[in-house]
Design a binder for this molecule. Structure first.
Ligand SMILES: [Zn+2]
Length: 85
């Protein structure tokens, strides 16, 4: 199975929140950055805006209880798809 990476923060997902066709977002929120799929990651501009604000806030986990022990922001950011940098 191909991994899917959040366009805002780079968190990896087993299943794409954009649906099998890549065009049907489920409008859920990223567990890490809190971006709402289909809105905050709609294009590179919205992704950059959301990312900038999230990083400025200290990159908090949206669902803090899902934050893995030893999580490292610097290791995750390179996973952001290049089209959304
Ligand atoms: Zn994210």
């Amino acid at each position: 199975m191909e991994m899917w990476y959040c366009r805002v923060c780079g968190l990896d997902y087993d299943v794409s929140p954009w649906g099998e066709d890549g065009h049907t977002p489920d409008y859920s929120c990223c567990a890490c950055c809190g971006a709402q799929f289909g809105i905050d990651d709609y294009n590179v501009v919205t992704a950059q805006l959301f990312r900038t604000a999230w990083l400025a806030a200290g990159a908090p986990w949206f669902y803090a209880n899902l934050k893995p022990a030893g999580w490292k922001l610097a290791a995750q950011l390179p996973q952001i798809p290049s089209a959304y940098h």
